[in-house]
Design a protein around this ligand. Structure first.
Ligand SMILES: C[S@@+](CC[C@H](N)C(=O)[O-])C[C@H]1O[C@@H](n2cnc3c(N)ncnc32)[C@H](O)[C@@H]1O
Length: 450
């Protein structure tokens, strides 16, 4: 099986993408709220397993130049691309290795953050165990690992379709897309599987090959993941984005009812998964001997920086203050200054609730950028390199940002050497349909200019 996985990713470099759920600026908050004080990622050792071409790791290395980053992946071509991109962007605090996790012997001491995104559900059971064992062995005492995985409850409707398509393929029908086409032609239009088939067809062959039809595609329920982690000597602290433990889609009434019926926190989360038909999680794990506090004080929220998240009237007043400072994020002192007459204790409670529902988005540090387009717009060296290669850029929140092909030419010209007027002229000639001013302000709001 490793050969099939190696062959796939060697043939087809995984689409370059950053993953905000794995951003240590956010997962550190999740760990803190789970009772663990993690080292600050600004001075840390950070490893990504299955890093592919480095699109997740390189921007983090650029953000925290005093930290040391390592990325590993089976796929030699992806690792070559990663090394070349980091070098071209002048980012020297990251190294990449083409190696199987099971053969990787890291040098230089334990890691404070280990990221494995899009890895766990796509590898054999043996590699899953190897990943968890590796984390137990190589995490620092207060370090955390962020591991994403697919959930069985959300994947359940897809698995029978996958099985049928594989059977059609085995009968000699050829590739996945034509087999899906055959299945579609014999499926009743009212059959719920039709929606799944159409969704798969919309993804296209390249995505399907490393998604639904990857050599291994093994969604688990949360309790199985938590149990496997525990067997490896790791402790689950919750979701890496604290706002995803109680997703905003769940009503307050539902949660109150559920809390009355289900007392055990893990059983509660399993019920949440079922209620949402959830497909995906990203868990934070620490060593089972890590100094995790039994009870977390609400006052922890005072140390974070905030921006507004999903809309909700429950935090109207707080959201008003956060929106007034957007797109920057606001420290506690500024938030309180914007809420004269409010009692700090009740704001603490509201902010804590807002964080857990995703209405307020916390980070362990502020973000620095120019919110208005500067006279000489300049992308950072990694994004400039991405623009030159027509790859998604990565914004200040670690969100990937893909553009229509024609826009990359303008982005690639944002090297600090051209005035706004020159870029506007380039936009008029190369992308006449682009509304340049609002587009540029949008880019500035996403923190592309520092
Ligand atoms: C689905 S891709 C995800 C890539 C990236 N982490 C992301 O989420 O965008 C899985 C990656 O894990 C790598 N991989 C799979 N098994 C591995 C192993 N045993 N050791 C190291 N890398 C592995 C693959 O080569 C591939 O690049």
């Amino acid at each position: 099986m490793p050969d099939a996985i190696h062959d796939l990713y060697q043939r087809l470099v995984y689409p370059p993408m950053s993953h905000p759920l794995s951003d240590p600026a956010v997962s550190s908050v999740a760990a803190t709220l789970g009772g663990l004080e993690v080292p600050h990622p600004r001075r840390a050792r950070i490893l990504e397993i299955g890093c592919s071409s480095g699109h997740n790791l390189i921007p983090l290395a650029q953000r925290w130049p005093e930290s040391r980053f390592t990325g590993i992946d089976l796929a030699e071509q992806a690792i070559r691309d990663a090394g070349l991109r980091a070098a071209a962007a002048g980012i020297g605090n990251v190294d990449f290795h083409a190696v199987d996790l099971r053969d990787f012997e890291p040098a230089g001491g334990p890691f404070d953050f280990i990221i494995a995104h899009g890895f766990f559900s796509w590898v054999s059971d043996e590699a899953k165990v190897a990943l968890l064992d590796f984390c137990r062995k190589h995490l620092s005492p207060s370090g955390i690992s962020t591991i994403s995985f697919n959930l069985e409850c959300g994947w359940k409707p897809r698995l029978p379709v996958i099985a049928k398509v594989r059977a059609i393929q085995q009968a000699g029908a050829g590739d996945v897309v034509s087999s899906l086409g055959i299945l579609r032609s014999v499926t009743d239009s009212r059959d719920p599987e039709m929606e799944v088939i159409d969704d798969m067809l919309a993804k296209g062959a390249a995505i399907l090959a490393c998604d639904d039809f990857a050599p291994v595609n093994d969604p688990w329920p949360l309790h199985r993941f938590v149990q496997a982690a525990s067997s490896a000597g790791l402790r689950w602290l919750g979701e890496s984005d604290p706002g995803e433990n109680l997703p905003a889609a769940l009503s307050e009434e539902f949660l109150i009812e559920l809390r009355n019926q289900v007392r055990d926190p893990l059983a509660f989360q399993l019920a949440v998964d079922e209620a949402l038909g959830r497909k995906f999680r990203s868990g934070v794990l620490c060593r089972d001997d890590a100094p995790v506090a039994g009870r977390v004080s609400l006052e922890k929220v005072i140390g974070f920086f905030y921006r507004a998240g999903k809309e909700n009237p429950a935090v109207d007043e707080i959201a008003r203050v956060l929106r007034a400072s957007a797109p920057a994020c606001v420290p506690w002192s500024e938030l309180m200054a914007g809420l004269p007459g409010h009692d700090a204790k009740s704001v603490t409670r509201q902010v804590f609730d807002g964080i857990t529902r995703g209405w307020i988005r916390p980070r362990i540090e502020p973000v620095g950028f120019v919110a208005e387009p500067p006279e000489f717009p300049r992308l950072d060296s990694f994004n400039l390199r991405c623009a030159g290669e027509s790859l998604p850029l990565v914004d200040v929140w670690h969100q990937p940002c893909a553009f229509p092909a024609a826009h990359y030419q303008i982005l690639a010209a944002m090297d600090g050497g051209r005035r706004l007027a020159g870029l506007a002229a380039l936009s008029r000639s190369s992308c006449p349909d682009l509304d340049f001013g609002p587009w540029l302000r949008h880019l500035a709001g996403r923190g592309f200019f520092r």
